[in-house]
Design a protein around this ligand. Structure first.
Ligand code: SF4
Length: 477
């Protein structure tokens, strides 16, 4: 979806790296990894680093990675093991105190933790912590997780056991990296595997590193090779003196990765669970074009930049309608609260007098799409056919903040009002000449995984919650 107006936002990216060479500082590599994950969060950026001897040094602040972790700042962070985080600013990450990595220090343990995800049973965790005699200083997801790990650690003095116990209590969608004072890094993925997390190795100048990241693009940029995804319910861990180990803690349950990672959240050059995100988006465009009947004589396929690009290319290839970049986005203004016309502009020499097949990945509020269509019409385009590469969003999702606000969902509203003809109501609302969404089968086929290994609950008309989902207390409105 166009990231100019209303949009779905994922909110975090995590990164971790271990160098076997104690004299090598990994701060620069964390910086590069976080830069590659910047699309997953632009509100806060942070780093924790350790030399396995002294304390864990943590620095975080509001802004992009390049602003918060400037070369001058990074010079003060020296260590061969570290983690990093970028954040979009969830309700629980809305101020600098809750920005991550989150450093936990007690007289027994010191560790730093970074999270991508959302916990769905915070009350249960709070009650458990209170029963264990813990006094909570805050109730953000990250504080709860850190307190829970520390409480379990107090029982056994074993961090690995504490993390295992934490996994057995926490419900929701989460990928976590934990850095200990001793220089261990643990990478953990929830038992359903909603969020992506991978790991790999890097050989550079006779030095060996292990790397963890939300997306494989962060490994690519530093030259690391992907070894595997952290499997749902698994802990992968390493430290500078030992080889990498992995252990399945909780069996992998049904319903896997969030479809939206493939549709929108992740970078197209990332590979998640062995599947190329860019290829999925291209396939979505192909599937959207199959059986479509837009007359091709005067038409061009125009993507909504940047989110509709890969699907538009697939659509163009299948339909044989010419692909053209007919909308120019101002990349330097897209984060700012600016007038819509300052952010997006039609290239009239391309779009004038043409029928436009306008491709985007989804419609959330419909407001942005409405403005784009009006803009194209004012610039002289003729018919406008909107093609959306994913099925309509019709349910809230408690695992993604941006999908948990009922008010923004025009599709959801339409369902609630029981519109007989949802597609027609939506077409009229946005002012298109025709509107077509991806089918569920088209989505599943494009991802190329079996239906029971992806989550698409927010896109499904009939919510077939199974026992495991209920056990995880995912509340679908
Ligand atoms: S309900 Fe939708 S947004 Fe939420 S995890 Fe599932 S596919 Fe992703």
């Amino acid at each position: 979806m166009c990231n100019i107006g209303s949009k779905i936002r994922d909110y975090c990216g995590v990164f971790g790296i271990v160098s076997k060479d104690f004299s090598y500082s990994v701060a620069g590599l964390i910086y590069s990894g976080l830069m590659a994950l910047q699309h997953r969060g632009q509100l806060y950026s942070g780093i924790s680093i350790s030399s396995c001897e002294g304390p864990i040094d943590t620095y975080k602040g509001k802004g992009l990675v390049s602003k918060v972790l400037s070369p001058k700042t990074l010079r003060n962070f020296i260590g061969n093991v570290g983690i990093g985080h970028v954040c979009y600013g969830t309700p629980y990450c809305s101020n600098e105190e809750n920005a991550q990595p989150y450093l936990y220090k007690s007289n027994k343990i010191e560790f730093s933790i970074a999270l991508n995800g959302r916990i769905t049973n915070p009350t249960e965790i709070q009650i458990k912590l209170e029963k264990m005699g813990r006094v909570l200083t805050g109730i953000s997801d990250i504080e709860l997780l850190a307190s829970l790990i520390a409480a379990f650690y107090d029982l056994t003095n074993q961090i690995f056991d504490a993390l295992k116990d934490m996994m057995k209590v926490v419900r929701g969608a989460y990928c976590i990296v934990v850095l200990t004072k001793k220089g261990d890094i643990f990478a953990i993925r929830d038992s359903i595997g909603y969020k992506p997390l991978c790991f790999g190795s890097l050989e550079r100048e006779d030095k060996h590193f292990y790397v963890f990241a939300s997306e494989s693009c962060a490994l690519d940029v530093i030259g690391a090779k992907v070894i595997d995804d952290v499997k749902p319910g698994e802990i992968v861990y390493v430290n500078p003196t030992e080889s990498l180990k992995r252990e399945q803690i909780i069996p992998h349950l049904k319903h896997g990765i969030c479809s939206y990672e493939y549709i929108y959240f992740a970078r197209p050059d990332s590979v998640i669970d062995g599947i190329s995100v860019g290829k999925v988006r291209y396939n979505l465009g192909i599937n959207l074009a199959i059986g479509d009947d837009v007359p091709s004589e005067n038409a061009i396929v125009v993507p909504v930049p940047d989110s509709g690009r890969s699907a538009a290319m697939g659509y163009s290839w299948k339909s044989k309608i010419t692909y053209a970049e007919g909308l120019m986005k101002n990349r330097y203004l897209w984060q700012l609260k600016k007038d819509f016309n300052e952010k997006l502009n039609p290239i009239k020499a391309i779009t004038y007098d043409k029928d436009i097949v306008l491709v985007d990945d989804s419609i959330v509020s419909g407001v942005t799409m409405k403005k784009i269509i009006k803009m194209l019409r004012n610039a002289g385009s003729k018919l406008i056919h909107v093609r959306i590469s994913c099925p309509p969003l019709i349910k809230n999702c408690d695992l993604n903040d941006s999908l948990s606000n009922r008010d923004i969902f025009i599709a959801l509203e339409a369902k609630i009002k029981n519109f007989d003809n949802f597609n027609e109501e939506m077409r009229k609302y946005i002012g298109a000449d025709s509107l077509k969404y991806q089918s569920m089968n088209g989505l599943i086929d494009a991802i190329g995984k079996s239906e029971d290994t992806i989550c698409s609950i927010c896109l499904k008309e009939i919510c077939d919650l199974d026992e495991e989902i209920i056990r995880n207390k995912i509340e679908i409105v």
